[in-house]
Design a protein around this ligand. Structure first.
Ligand code: NAD
Length: 265
């Protein structure tokens, strides 16, 4: 199984290179970076602080898709949309970890998924995938007198908020209640906001230090509170899940898949 990595010198890109090199079922077909990146031409092994592997980082994504069974993409929305078109052209499986995608970006991914299998997840960890299932179940069980709040904390470099995972947990809670998150989402509170609206799902975003990703979903009512939490200790958990998704997706029928599909939940 030949797996390629786009955005290979990024924080997740390097983790992904390490994970593919260490997986006995996978061969690293190559890795790319954005044109102009100072890392172009570097050996992929030395790039991650390991022994040289004899394959250099390039900016030729088209060539990478041509020689890969699956490509893993943790980059940025504009790059991911371009990579989805390449996946469609070559029929290569694409694993999308990029967050902050707009509805229009998602529409472009859905279009590409008519020609290639795409696995899209805001969080590739096993723990968060299970957490989302629990949140859906708890939200379906508890009535609207239980307020739902999603709290997340990430490292100081994160550029989108709330996190893609927080939004996915909010969607899981909303689907448990049989509502659309867009109709109940309350992500910005500042100044005189008035009392909390019944049925709203609130979000609070914390940023600082090197926190990999903490998420808590709070269910609160009179005199009782239930909190479901996940804490990520290393980015390796996302890379591990993404490689598992790549091994699963290669050769599947075109379509948009989730981590629930990969883990057969
Ligand atoms: P990063 O900025 O360290 O890495 C992104 C890399 O993509 C950079 O090296 C950048 O140069 C590269 N890139 C940009 N455009 C490119 C292009 N056209 N071709 C090739 N490479 C390109 O960021 P990061 O911390 O690694 O996170 C990347 C994305 O992954 C973010 O959206 C983040 O939220 C998301 N993320 C998702 C999960 C998950 O489980 N789904 C987990 C962690 C991070």
């Amino acid at each position: 199984m030949r797996i390629g990595i786009v955005g290979g010198s990024g924080r997740m890109g390097q983790m992904l290179i390490r994970e593919v090199l260490g997986n006995k079922d996978a061969t690293l077909s190559g890795a790319t970076e954005r044109p102009g990146s100072a890392a172009i031409g570097r050996d992929l092994g030395t790039l991650i602080g390991a022994d040289p592997v004899g394959v250099a980082l390039t900016d030729d994504a088209d060539a990478l898709f041509a020689v890969s069974d699956a490509v893993i993409d943790f980059t940025a929305p504009a790059a991911t949309v371009a990579h989805a078109a390449l996946a469609a052209r070559h029929g290569t499986a694409l694993i999308v970890g990029t967050t902050g995608l707009s509805p229009d970006d998602h529409a472009r991914l859905t279009e590409a998924a008519t020609k290639a299998p795409l696995v899209v997840a805001a969080n590739f960890s096993l723990g968060v995938t299970l957490l989302a299932g629990l949140v859906r179940k708890v939200a379906a069980t508890l009535g609207p007198d239980w307020d739902i709040e999603v709290v997340e904390m990430h490292h100081r470099h994160k550029v989108d908020a709330p996190s893609g995972t927080a939004l996915a947990l909010g969607r899981a809670a909303a689907s448990g209640r049989g509502v659309d998150l867009a109709d109940v989402k309350d992500a910005v509170r500042d100044g005189h906001t008035g009392a909390r609206k019944v049925g709203d799902i609130g979000f609070a975003t914390l940023r600082g230090g090197d926190v990999v990703g903490d998420h808590t979903v709070i269910f609160a009512t009179e005199a009782e509170r239930l909190e479901l939490s996940h804490k990520a200790g290393s980015r390796a958990i996302f890379a591990r899940g993404a490689v598992r998704a790549a091994l699963w997706a290669a050769g599947k029928a075109p379509g948009v898949y989730s981590m629930d599909d990969v883990l057969d939940l």
